[in-house]
Ligand binder design. Structure first.
Ligand SMILES: O=C(O)CCC(=O)C(=O)O
Ligand SMILES: [Fe+2]
Length: 268
C-alpha cells in the first residue's frame, strides 16, 4: 500500500479537488479488497440496483450500492478503518483527525446509466470544505465502463445547498445551478484496478455509463473530519446517532463513526 504522498500531490489535490494515487494497493491487497467486497455484498442489504426491492426508478440503474458493509464484515472493517488511509486523507484535507462516516460499495453494472453531476458533501450530515472520500478502483475504470469525471477547482466555489439530483434522466441538472461551470473542461479519471482517487466532498463529479459486458467495481471510504458539526440532515447516519444530535453539535460517536486517525499518534 502506498502510505506517503509528495508535496506536489498534496498541492494538486488542494488546487483541483481530487487526486489519483496510482497503485495505492499492491496486487495482493487488490485481491483481498475484491474478495472482501464480493463476500460483504453477497450478505448485505442493497440500497440501489436494478429490480432492487421492486423499485425501478432511474437511480436503480446507475449502480448497485451498499453502505456500511463494515458493520457486517470484519474484513471490510479492517480495510476501511486502516489508519494509514485515514492518515493520507487527513494530510490531504489538512485536518488533525479523521472518522469513518461510512463505506460505500459502488458497482456499475453493464449498461448502467451515467452518474449525474453532483456534489457529495451537500448531501452529508455535516458541511465541510475539508470533507474527503477515497474511491478505490477494484476494476480498471475506463471511458468505456464508466470512469469518473471531475470539474477541477469547483470544490472551492460549490455551495452547501446545491447537491445535484442523481435520480433523474438528466446528467447536467447540477449545471443549471452553476451555469459558469459549463465552460470547465471535465477531467476524466481513467484508473487501473488498485488505484485510489481522493475526492474533495465539495467537488462536482460524475461518471459515464458502463458500455461493456463487465461490472466496474469500486469501494469507497467516506471520511469525516474530526470535530465536524451536525447540519440537521440525518443522511446516512445511523438513526440511533442522528436522534441524539441537534444542529451545531459535534458529530462524534466512537461506536458508529470510529476515529481512524489522529495526528501525532504513536507512529506518525
Ligand atoms: O462510482 C461512481 O460512479 C460515482 C461515485 C460517486 O459519485 C460517489 O461515491 O460519491
Ligand atoms: Fe459522488
Amino acid at each position: 500500500m502506498k502510505t506517503e504522498l509528495s508535496a506536489p500531490q498534496v498541492e494538486f489535490y488542494r488546487e483541483n479537488g481530487f487526486l489519483v494515487v496510482g497503485d495505492l494497493l499492491d496486487g495482493e491487497e487488490l485481491e483481498r479488497w475484491r474478495a472482501a467486497l464480493a463476500d460483504g455484498m453477497a450478505r448485505h442489504f442493497r440500497i440501489s440496483g436494478r429490480h432492487n426491492q421492486g423499485r425501478d426508478d432511474h437511480y436503480e440503474g446507475v449502480f448497485v450500492q451498499c453502505v456500511n458493509l463494515w458493520k457486517t464484515s470484519e474484513e471490510i472493517k479492517a480495510l476501511v478503518t486502516d489508519r494509514r488511509l485515514g492518515r493520507l486523507a487527513a494530510m490531504l484535507a489538512g485536518v488533525d483527525g479523521i472518522r469513518l462516516y461510512h463505506d460505500h460499495a459502488l458497482v456499475k453494472e453493464p449498461w448502467a446509466h451515467p452518474t449525474n453531476w453532483h456534489v457529495d458533501n451537500a448531501m452529508d450530515p455535516f458541511h465541510s470544505r475539508q470533507s474527503i472520500m477515497l474511491w478505490v478502483a477494484l476494476d480498471d475504470a475506463t471511458l468505456q465502463n464508466g470512469c469518473m469525471y471531475f470539474l477541477p477547482g469547483t470544490h472551492k466555489r460549490s455551495r452547501f445547498d446545491v447537491t445535484g439530483n442523481l435520480n433523474e434522466a438528466k446528467i447536467d441538472g447540477l449545471l443549471e445551478e452553476y451555469p459558469e461551470w459549463r465552460e470547465i473542461e471535465p477531467a476524466a479519471a481513467e484508473v487501473k484496478a488498485g488505484d485510489g482517487v481522493f475526492i474533495n466532498g465539495m467537488i462536482a463529479h460524475a461518471a459515464g455509463p458502463n458500455m461493456t459486458t463487465h461490472p466496474r467495481r469500486a469501494l469507497s471510504i467516506l471520511f469525516m473530519p474530526e470535530g465536524a458539526l451536525y447540519n440537521g440532515r440525518p443522511a446516512a447516519l445511523p438513526a440511533e446517532v442522528a436522534e441524539h444530535l441537534r444542529v451545531g453539535d459535534v458529530v462524534a460517536d466512537d461506536k458508529h463513526l470510529p476515529l481512524i486517525y489522529v495526528k501525532g499518534s504513536f507512529d506518525d
